[in-house]
Design a protein around this ligand. Structure first.
Ligand code: HEC
Ligand code: HEC
Ligand code: HEC
Ligand code: HEC
Ligand code: HEC
Ligand code: HEC
Ligand code: HEC
Length: 328
């Protein structure tokens, strides 16, 4: 091996080590709180007692005879989903109290559930102020709680999910849980109005948005239904204030960069946010900047080109045939 070759290898290895060293602290920062494995094991064991009944498995092989199985079937928690949720490292009893340890459960146990503010006082205070300005505050205050949108056994932190499509799925499911279900919408709709007021169909309301279904998979309801200047807000705005401007997202200064894509590195944002902005700025997108006259002109042009090509080919074939007949 030549000296140059050896040097090159040494530099590559050194570079790799340096990269590892630099990556080390970054890794440590994202996993800020080291979790004690012994404690996790203890919590896992404690929760397994609840999962013995409150899972599909518990439903199939109940550890106790004579339970209200129909009721239990509505009270299932998926252990795998729970472990990935933001409360996944918590003992069920931290929120549900000791009343649920024995079965049959204590009579007053249901009233003992810890309210969110017991642990998230500052956040709840902030969210409440935004909620008071929200469309839901007018008639649903008191009816709608944090848990109406955030299932404490399921929801994950957006930054941890990472993939924008998965974040969109989680956040839109919160809204569509009511806005796509007549039954659940009616449970919350104001009594005095619920007879007259039917749930507006989400696709119909947004028919002005081309590729509506594609948008539901790519952007969140809150992108358009919260004040644009805010990175994150619980102030849901009505139709007068909702975003209708395509360029808010489909431009190089897309608001998505500081919102949905804020958990991504800039290079990654490019992959999601800009492909469509370039299409919209430089050419015309079917269904977006579509114009019937442009469509007709393009069709006519294509038609003429095809006719021209065919005509040319025919003439050449005929001439060749004549030439072949004339030649001896
Ligand atoms: C032996 C089976 C069993 C075990 C173990 C069990 N549960 Fe239950 N749980 C039930 C059944 C059945 C119900 C349905 C209502 C009833 O019969 O009390 C229920 C109801 C509940 C409810 C809903 C109460 C309501 O009125 O809405 C909660 C919350 C709950 N359990 C939490 C827990 C927690 C937390 C644990 C673990 C500490 C646990 N359960 C352990 C069987 C069990
Ligand atoms: C961070 C707090 C928190 C933790 C941890 C928690 N729960 Fe809950 N749980 C709640 C709240 C709040 C509700 C009431 C939801 C509502 O009002 O819709 C609830 C409701 C329930 C219900 C009734 C379901 C229903 O639809 O009404 C069951 C059963 C239950 N929890 C079981 C569990 C089990 C089992 C665990 C542990 C694996 C657990 N919970 C951990 C907060 C928590
Ligand atoms: C008994 C205490 C307790 C209760 C009650 C509780 N939480 Fe939590 N919550 C926690 C802990 C602990 C974490 C994890 C924090 C971490 O991992 O850094 C957490 C994390 C979260 C997170 C993600 C972290 C963040 O702040 O962005 C959200 C969102 C959240 N909880 C919402 C709720 C909601 C909604 C309720 C009420 C239904 C609730 N919590 C009730 C203890 C609690
Ligand atoms: C109308 C539905 C709705 C209600 C009610 C609601 N939230 Fe949220 N919440 C959301 C949505 C949607 C997001 C996602 C916003 C984002 O990631 O930018 C969110 C985000 C959050 C976050 C940040 C989580 C993360 O992934 O970074 C916290 C913390 C939070 N909410 C707490 C609360 C608390 C506390 C309450 C009750 C006082 C509450 N929310 C009520 C819909 C709701
Ligand atoms: C728990 C059920 C529920 C959830 C979750 C929910 N909504 Fe609603 N929403 C309603 C009901 C019921 C109304 C009608 C309120 C009224 O008539 O006063 C409403 C009204 C609205 C309105 C005003 C519509 C109108 O006709 O006045 C908008 C906009 C809206 N919701 C958006 C959202 C968004 C965005 C989310 C998710 C972040 C969401 N909602 C989550 C139940 C819900
Ligand atoms: C691209 C922006 C955008 C997105 C994404 C979006 N909306 Fe809308 N939404 C609007 C606009 C603009 C209106 C008003 C339409 C009109 O005036 O005809 C509206 C109207 C509504 C209304 C009727 C409001 C009223 O006051 O009558 C509801 C309810 C609603 N949206 C809910 C949702 C839900 C739920 C989602 C997520 C599945 C969502 N929106 C996603 C922009 C959006
Ligand atoms: C809240 C942000 C937002 C708004 C407002 C918005 N869009 Fe989009 N749009 C997106 C995202 C994100 C995609 C998906 C891009 C992707 O997956 O590459 C998309 C996709 C599209 C597509 C499909 C492009 C393709 O690559 O297939 C068209 C067409 C489109 N939007 C047109 C519009 C028009 C027209 C408007 C205004 C009436 C509008 N959009 C408003 C965010 C938005």
């Amino acid at each position: 091996m030549g000296l140059g070759n050896l040097l090159r290898r040494v530099t590559v290895v050194a570079g790799f080590c340096l990269a590892l060293l630099l990556a080390g602290p970054v890794q440590a920062q994202t996993d800020a709180k080291p979790i004690d494995p012994e404690l996790i094991e203890k919590i896992r064991k404690a929760n397994a007692e609840c999962f013995a009944c409150h899972t599909e498995g518990g439903l199939k092989a109940p550890p106790v005879a004579g339970m209200d199985m129909a009721k239990l079937a509505d009270l299932l928690v998926d252990p795998a989903v729970y472990s990935h949720s933001y409360h996944g490292n918590m003992d069920c009893k931290q929120c549900h109290g000791q009343g649920y340890v024995p079965f049959p459960h204590a009579a007053g146990a249901a009233k003992q559930v810890s309210p969110c503010e017991e642990c998230h006082a500052v956040k709840v205070f902030k969210v409440d102020q935004q909620f008071d300005k929200s469309v839901h505050a007018q008639n649903l205050k008191g009816k709608m709680s944090c848990a109406s949108c955030h299932d404490p056994h399921v929801a994950q932190v957006a930054a941890k999910i990472g993939d924008p499509k998965a974040i969109v799925a989680q956040d839109n499911a919160m809204c569509l849980d009511c806005h796509n279900s007549d039954l659940r919408f009616a449970q919350f709709a104001p009594e005095k109005l619920s007879l007259k007021r039917k749930r507006p169909d989400i696709d119909t309301i947004h028919a002005w948005l081309p590729n509506t279904k594609l948008h539901w998979g790519a952007v969140r309801c809150i992108e358009c239904h919260t004040p644009e200047a805010k990175t994150q807000s619980h102030e849901i705005v009505n139709k007068d204030k909702a975003q209708k401007n395509c360029v808010a997202c489909h431009s190089t200064a897309s608001s998505l960069k500081t919102r949905l894509y804020r958990h991504l590195a800039t290079a990654e944002q490019q992959r999601y946010g800009f492909a469509n902005s370039i299409i919209l700025k430089t050419s015309y997108v079917v269904g977006a900047t579509r114009h019937p006259v442009v469509d007709a002109a393009i069709l006519a042009l294509v038609g003429l080109t095809v006719a021209g090509l065919l005509g040319h080919g025919m003439v050449r074939l005929v001439l060749a045939w004549i030439r072949r007949r004339r030649s001896p």
